[in-house]
Structures are given as C-alpha cells and as structure tokens.
Design a protein around this ligand. Sequence first.
Ligand SMILES: NC(=O)c1ccc[n+]([C@@H]2O[C@H](COP(=O)([O-])OP(=O)(O)OC[C@H]3O[C@@H](n4cnc5c(N)ncnc54)[C@H](O)[C@@H]3O)[C@@H](O)[C@H]2O)c1
Length: 288
Amino acid sequence: METKKIAVVGAGNMGHQIALCAALAGFQVKCTDVSSEVLAKAEQFADSYLPERVAKGKLTAEAANQARANLAFVPTLEEAAVDADLVIEAVIEKLDVKRSLFAQLDQITPPHAILATNSSYIVSSKIADATKRPDQVCNMHFFNPALVMKLVEVVKGPHVSDETAEAVMEVARKMGKTPVLLHKETYGFLVNRFVQATRQEALKLLDMGMASYEDIDIAVVNGLGYPMGPFQLMDLTGVDLAYHVYMERYHESGDPSDRPSPTVVEKFVKGEWGKKVGKGFYDYGSKQ
Ligand SMILES: NC(=O)c1ccc[n+]([C@@H]2O[C@H](COP(=O)([O-])OP(=O)(O)OC[C@H]3O[C@@H](n4cnc5c(N)ncnc54)[C@H](O)[C@@H]3O)[C@@H](O)[C@H]2O)c1
C-alpha cells in the first residue's frame, strides 16, 4: 500500500525536522509530543522556517504553503496515529519508553501501518515484539539536522518483511534522502559505530588531560577533515542523548566500560545538554 499519511511521534531535536521533511515531500503529516511546549516550539519553527526558505529563494511560496497545509501539530498520540500509513518514532532514547509507545501504537494505528523508529542505536527487534506486527517494525534512522542531512539508514532486522523495508526506503527516497539498507541488525547501525568510536577516543583523551576539548575538536576538524569535532557534534546531537545511549548500553551489558565517561555524567547532571539548552561543552548564549 502506498504511504500517504505519516505520523511523527516526538517533536524534539529530530522529530520536528523529520515532520517538515515529510510535509515538504508531499506527505500528509501529523506530529505530536507529550510536551505541549515542545510541540508549540516545533510549530513555531515550521512557521518561521518555510517563509525563510521562500525569502532565500530556495522554495516557492506555493510549495511552502502546500508543505504547511500538509503539516498538523496535534496534542495526542491517538489523533496523530489513528489513520497513519507510517509512524516515525523520535522520542527519548530509552528502550522501555519506546517499547511501551510501540505497544500503544499497535493498538491505535490501522493494521497495515508500518511502525519505524528513528533510534540512534537501538535495533528494532528489541521493540518489535511489543507489537503484534513485528514484520512491520523497523529502523528508519535520520541524521541531524534532518532537514539538511541526506542519509537515512534503514535496517532490515530478521523480523522485518521485504515489503516493509522497501516501503520505508521508498518513503526516504520521496523525501529526497539517500537511504542505505542494512541487511542485518547491529548496535549503532553504520554511521554511529564510527561516531561512537571517535567520541570514545575523544572523551578518553580529555579525561586523561591530554588536551582541551576545544583543541581535540580543532585537531579532528583540521587533521581528519571532519566537518565538526566530537564535542561540537555532541553539543549538536545532545549530551543528554549521549548519556542515555551509554546508560542503555550499560544496563544491557552490565559491563562497566560501557558506562558514560565522568565528563558526560557531569554535563548531564548539570543540565548542560548542548545547543538546545544554550550550553554544552561550548556556550551558545541562548537556546538555539
Ligand atoms: N539528536 C540527534 O542528533 C539524533 C539523531 C538521529 C537519531 N536520534 C534519535 O531520535 C530520537 C529522539 O532524539 P532527539 O534528539 O530528537 O530527542 P529530544 O529529547 O530532542 O526529543 C524527544 C522528544 O520526545 C518527546 N517524548 C518523550 N516521550 C514521548 C512519548 N511517549 N510520546 C510522544 N513524545 C514523547 C519528548 O517530550 C521530547 O520532546 C532518539 O531515539 C535518538 O536516539 C537523535
């Protein structure tokens, strides 16, 4: 069945931009969040982003109006998901939260609906059995900022049907993305395995007092040609997200080496979560 209606659940760092991408691509999109404040902020973003793109000559006024008309911000999960062909979940990186959400979605959505998770690391087989449609549950992993980054990783776990994987790949293509298909599940998929390896090394060097975080970023950008350093990237993607990723892994493995580094714990506890709160490793003056 052709995907026409998409529900995006979670309107935070990732969800609000995924919803806009889908609306710009012509899908009927409903976006929701448990926080009315976050949802209002997501709507304000759409209302300022679209006219800005028109003013910059990147989008016609007609396309902007159409995208806005395609996009609704709704207060409840029921409203968002009741008639969805595809749900893209972008809530906090905690397995228990995702599992309980997918169990709810299984009750709310039409039987044909595909339930996709934008999780950064959690493979969908850990979530799929919370539903009665595991063959229609898969990973659809966007990158930050979702309006800009082209890559989408689609992961075909052992429970995922060919039809589901192909339908999700097709939605990504229609959104103007460049999807890649993973034939097997692996923690962190493709890209975040690289991100995690670099981050681990950067945190180790920082915690050993080898160099400042600024100099480590400068070294990685200028020596490896990366667009940003590991600490700048953590500020962009969220120090809170990094903390949750480490903790989820640690809870699963019980291996002390999977615990977040002292630096990440300190930043998390202080609420210095990065750009979205105005301060992380770097100071951004005000919320971005
Ligand atoms: N931040 C990134 O760079 C990035 C990149 C790719 C993937 N991801 C993944 O996307 C997901 C979201 O990350 P984020 O950075 O956007 O997080 P975020 O904290 O910015 O946003 C998550 C939102 O989900 C909402 N939420 C929590 N529980 C909910 C529920 N049950 N129903 C509806 N809304 C709920 C929260 O209120 C919050 O606004 C995570 O799984 C993360 O791993 C993040």
